[in-house]
Design a protein around this ligand. Structure first.
Ligand code: 3PG
Ligand code: MG
Length: 410
């Protein structure tokens, strides 16, 4: 895979460089960015290019519009924030590959940056049809001389701006993609042991693949979040009104057995914060994990579990964490997530490599008041980092490995 440094060495002055960034940030009801981590993470690559005199055309998606423009998914707030961080206004094209995009790109001077409107306003971006994606990628490629792939959070998507455009332009891995891949390599290739993984979040079905893989590589698996109730059920406990994926109970039971065979320690909560409704002012108590009342739902791991989780992280040399431990957006159910974040911070201080994976987990730790620098690495990709750890081939990375296809392909 060719790198940004190689591109800079070759010289980019006056060249139009299309940069695919992941600027998919959370917005509040008024359209204000609530966590700008992905925008900040995208700045260094863009700045390296402008510093070398490139004409930088940033492209990105926001949310999941269905192939047509929708004002609430405009990249306008992102363009504003990017401009603030770069210290120079970033013009936003009114479309992605149309007349406005062409005019904005034509107007760029050496060292300037513009951004195209949301890629997913075009059906071709996410189409499953190769020809439809390819046609859109042709239009994107026509706006630039070179492609830099820097949106790590989308490299698991086989989409026009991630995959097909790299088949049409000379392509390079941006600094963020490189940095993310370097860290994930350290987790997969001989991680320092003990290697502990904390998994949370709502759905166990999203994580089955990665769990299967982690049973081969990790020493300890700590499970919390909504997905834990499927584990508790698999152990024969009743879980009341808690989230439960009944169709996954058998699979999870199989994982518990496999973990035991392999000597992988699975740490499940022994107490749960159980509430009578999914709301910040719901009545709630700490109950035993094997005694969740029928009319209650578990919304966080309990204090005893938090202590036990922290203890299993204290001596770890490598830690990967994906997914909150509870409904952390509501203060009464944020404690488990906070305790795990604190345990990662302590492990980092003790010299462990700690990685927080994912947009949601990253937003969670920032919302709880932690700083990025307190962790070894905060990944900008949730789905992407999980699929990497699952051992899958990520289309947006494999396409960069292919140095031969720099011409047009139909
Ligand atoms: C993300 O937020 O996970 C990435 O930006 C990818 O977005 P997607 O899940 O909508 O493809
Ligand atoms: Mg996602």
């Amino acid at each position: 895979m060719k790198t940004l440094d190689e591109l800079l060495e070759a010289g980019v002055r006056g060249k139009r460089v299309l940069v695919r960034s992941d600027l998919n940030v959370p917005l509040d009801g008024d359209g204000a960015i609530t966590d700008d981590g992905r925008v900040r993470a995208s700045v260094p690559t863009i700045q390296a290019l402008t510093g070398a005199g490139a004409r930088v055309v940033v492209c990105a998606h926001l949310g999941r519009p269905k192939g047509a423009p929708e004002p609430r998914y405009s990249l306008a707030p992102v363009a504003t924030r990017l401009g603030e961080l770069l210290g120079a206004g970033v013009p936003l094209a009114q479309d992605t590959v149309g007349a406005s995009a062409r005019a904005v790109v034509d107007g760029l001077q050496d060292g300037q940056v513009a951004i195209l409107e949301n890629l997913r306003f075009n059906a071709g971006e996410t189409s499953k049809d190769d020809a439809e994606r390819g046609a859109f990628a042709d239009e994107l490629a026509a706006l630039a001389d070179v492609f830099v792939s820097d949106g790590f959070g989308v490299v698991h998507r086989k989409q026009a701006s991630v995959y097909d455009v790299a088949k049409r332009l000379p392509h390079y891995a941006g600094g963020l993609v490189r940095a993310e891949v370097e860290v994930l390599k350290r987790l997969t290739q001989e991680p320092e042991r003990p290697y502990a993984v904390v998994l949370g979040g709502a759905k166990v079905s999203d994580k089955l693949g990665v769990i299967a893989n982690l049973l081969q590589t990790a020493d300890r698996l700590l499970i919390g979040g909504g997905m834990v109730f499927t584990f508790l059920k698999a152990q024969g406990h009743e879980v009341g009104k808690s989230l439960l994926e009944a169709d996954q109970v058998e699979t999870v039971r199989g994982y518990l057995a496999e973990a035991q065979e392999r000597g992988v320690e699975i740490v499940l909560p022994t107490d749960i914060v159980a509430a009578d409704a999914f709301s910040a002012d719901a009545a709630h108590d700490v109950v035993a994990a094997d005694g969740i009342p029928a009319d209650r739902m578990g919304l966080d791991i309990g204090p005893q579990s938090g202590k036990a989780f922290a203890a299993r992280l204290a001596d770890a040399r490598t830690v990967f964490w994906n997914g909150p431990m509870g409904a952390f957006e509501m203060a009464p159910f944020a404690e488990g997530t906070r305790v795990v974040a604190e345990a990662l911070v302590a492990a980092t201080g003790a010299g462990a490599l700690t990685v927080v994976g994912g947009g949601d987990s990253a937003a969670a730790v920032r919302q709880l008041g932690f700083a990025d620098a307190q962790f070894g690495h905060i990944s900008t990709g949730g789905g992407a980092s999980l699929e990497y750890l699952e051992g899958k081939q990520l289309p947006g990375l494999t396409v960069l490995d292919d140095d031969t296809t720099t011409g047009r392909e139909r």
